[in-house]
Design a protein around this ligand. Sequence first.
Ligand SMILES: C[S@@+](CC[C@H](N)C(=O)[O-])C[C@H]1O[C@@H](n2cnc3c(N)ncnc32)[C@H](O)[C@@H]1O
Length: 230
Amino acid sequence: MKKTATTNYPGHEDLYVRRRERGASGWDTDAVTHENIEAIKHLLSKCDPQPAGAMLELGCGAGNLTSYFAQTGWKAHGLDISGTAITWARERAAALGLAMDFRIGNVLNLDIWPEDTFDLVLDGHCLHCIIGQDRVRFFQEARRVLRPAGKMLILTMAGDASRVPMGGCYDPETRCQLVDGISTRYFGEAGAISHEVENAGFVVDYQELVARRHETETDHLLIVASPQTG
Ligand SMILES: C[S@@+](CC[C@H](N)C(=O)[O-])C[C@H]1O[C@@H](n2cnc3c(N)ncnc32)[C@H](O)[C@@H]1O
């Protein structure tokens, strides 16, 4: 019988409080954020050229990736479950003099935005925090707020996590990282993740599995997806 996962998405708040206390610049180091922005540029290069419109980052943290979009002309929005992260993101927007809209909330409920609001939805490493059936809801909500001609960009950890050192332990049955019995990360196979995307009503336009960059992480799956039409 499949185990039922216990999750604690609001638990990210404590992790942000600790990052702020130790003087970090966001969830990741500046070097990793730079790598993630390069990955985003790579994915954008795989999309047909389109004017910068309205974009939403799901699980935007301190706004490090959202800021890249605002700096390149997008009307940038971000949502995160951590209040500390959103305070940090708003401070970043003010410091950079950029108009960005950051909201506290759960990616499983995007009701504050009507359908067809965004030209681009970004998953910048939030999806791998979402576990089990919640992932269906994640994609449903992303699909709902994305315009028919919009694009979804996904940067997510994937593949074999059994040898990656992590704060908890790896459960090969569920492919999740467990910390005190709570599933905190899901490391799906690339094919399984692209099926999830397709089952949610998207067409996968492009996908690439990038070999792990650091000892402490898995491979990364990069996806560009479009809403299915017709
Ligand atoms: C790996 S961090 C990446 C943060 C940010 N995208 C960046 O690159 O700096 C994952 C983010 O997802 C957020 N998150 C996890 N579960 C969430 C949920 N259910 N709803 C909203 N945000 C969530 C976390 O708080 C965290 O900020």
